[in-house]
Every structure is written in structure tokens, then in C-alpha cells.
Write a protein that binds this ligand. Structure first.
Ligand code: GRF
Length: 206
């Protein structure tokens, strides 16, 4: 049996995507192993929700500069020999240096992905759903995409939409958006586990 594909989750907040991935990952073991969770906020609710899962959480707050912060994360992921990074509500942009280091460790493959609540390239960045609603959109999108050096600019993996019924509260809409995010993200995890999406393993000295 080949070694599990090792995935690191990054989350800064509620962590509903991270939890959906952890649940799916448990079913998909041993093909994949969601081994590490990187969090940059001590008050992130996700940190209190991990007791049922065999995942190692690392709280790495950004006290020093971005360079030191990212170097600390890279040290952990290198020790863990992580193959993929799944960003799940991680509210910081990864620097070009970070993204490029990751690519070098994975034979040039772009093995960082992110979920974003809009039909990219529309509404990149923060408050995407609120901006889409304010602009009069009646369908709200979700995009799963590779992460490159830009802000929500990487190659698109999957997209879909949910309806917005004008006048309804944001909470009801967000519940639909999150459900769609979980479906797209766990679908991608299944594709990785089944090797429908190829993985280049971590390799420090190719
Ligand atoms: C999601 O809406 C995701 O698209 C965005 O951040 C939010 C995180 O939600 N990048 P959660 O913490 O996974 O519930």
C-alpha cells in the first residue's frame, strides 16, 4: 500500500470547510491523511472543534513579520512532509516566496488550493458575498481554485452557484453558500484520494 497523501489545512475562523474536509478525510483514509491544521488566530472557533479528529493543530500567530510567520509554517509542513495545502477560510495571502517554495518541494506542481465564495474572477478578496448581493446578483458563486502568487487568481478547478432570493437574510444565503463550498471541496478531496487528481509527493531534494 502506498503512503497516504498528506494534506495540511489552513483555517483562521469558524472552520466549517475544515470540518467538512476532516469528516470526509476520515472516510477516505488511508488514501489521504489530513495531518496538520495551521491556524493564525488564538480565538479561532475551529481550534475548539478538533477533538474528534486525528489532526495536529498548530497555532502560529503573526507576531513578527510575514516572513518569519511563513517560515515557521514552512518548518512545520516540511517536518510533516505535507503534499497539499487546502486553504479553508485562511484570511492571509500567502507570499510569492511561500508559494514558490511550495512548488519547489512538489516538483513544480501547484499543490495549494483555496475555496472562495464568488464566481471568480468576479469579486475576489474580502466580503465577496456581500458585494455580489449589493451588486444585484441573483446567483452567488463558489470557486475552488489553485493558489498562485496573486489574490484569488489561480487556475479554477470547480465552480457552481446557489440562488439568492432578494430580501432574504444573509444567514440563510450563507448557509447555502457554505453547503456548496463543502460539496465542492470534499469532492476535490475525493478526487485527490482516488488519484483522479495527480499528487506530486513532497520532495526536498528532487
Ligand atoms: C468561506 O466562505 C470560504 O469561502 C472563505 O472563507 C469562509 C470560511 O468559512 N474563504 P469557514 O470558516 O470554513 O466556515
Amino acid at each position: 500500500m502506498s503512503a497516504p497523501i498528506r494534506i495540511a489545512l489552513f483555517a483562521s475562523g469558524t472552520g466549517s470547510n475544515a470540518l467538512a474536509l476532516l469528516r470526509a478525510g476520515r472516510e477516505l483514509a488511508p488514501a489521504v491523511r489530513l495531518s496538520e491544521l495551521i491556524c493564525d488566530r488564538a480565538d479561532a472557533p475551529i481550534l475548539d472543534k478538533l477533538t474528534d479528529f486525528d489532526v495536529k493543530s498548530h497555532l502560529i500567530e503573526r507576531n513578527d513579520g510575514k516572513k518569519e510567520h511563513e517560515a515557521a509554517i514552512l518548518r512545520i509542513l516540511r517536518a510533516a512532509r505535507a503534499d497539499w495545502i487546502f486553504l479553508a477560510g485562511y484570511m492571509r495571502l500567502l507570499s510569492p516566496d511561500f508559494v514558490q517554495q511550495w512548488r519547489r518541494w512538489h516538483g513544480g506542481a501547484q499543490q495549494v488550493v483555496n475555496i472562495h465564495p464568488s464566481l471568480l474572477p468576479a469579486y475576489p478578496g474580502l466580503d465577496a458575498v456581500q458585494r455580489a448581493v449589493a451588486a444585484g446578483e441573483t446567483r452567488i458563486g463558489v470557486t475552488l481554485h489553485h493558489v498562485d502568487e496573486g489574490m484569488d487568481t489561480g487556475a479554477i478547478i470547480a465552480q457552481d452557484t446557489v440562488p439568492y432570493h432578494p430580501g432574504e437574510g444573509l444567514d440563510a444565503l450563507m448557509a447555502r453558500v457554505h453547503a456548496l463550498e463543502h460539496r465542492l471541496y470534499t469532492g476535490f478531496l475525493r478526487d485527490v484520494a482516488a488519484a483522479r487528481v495527480p499528487t506530486t509527493p513532497f520532495q526536498e531534494n528532487p
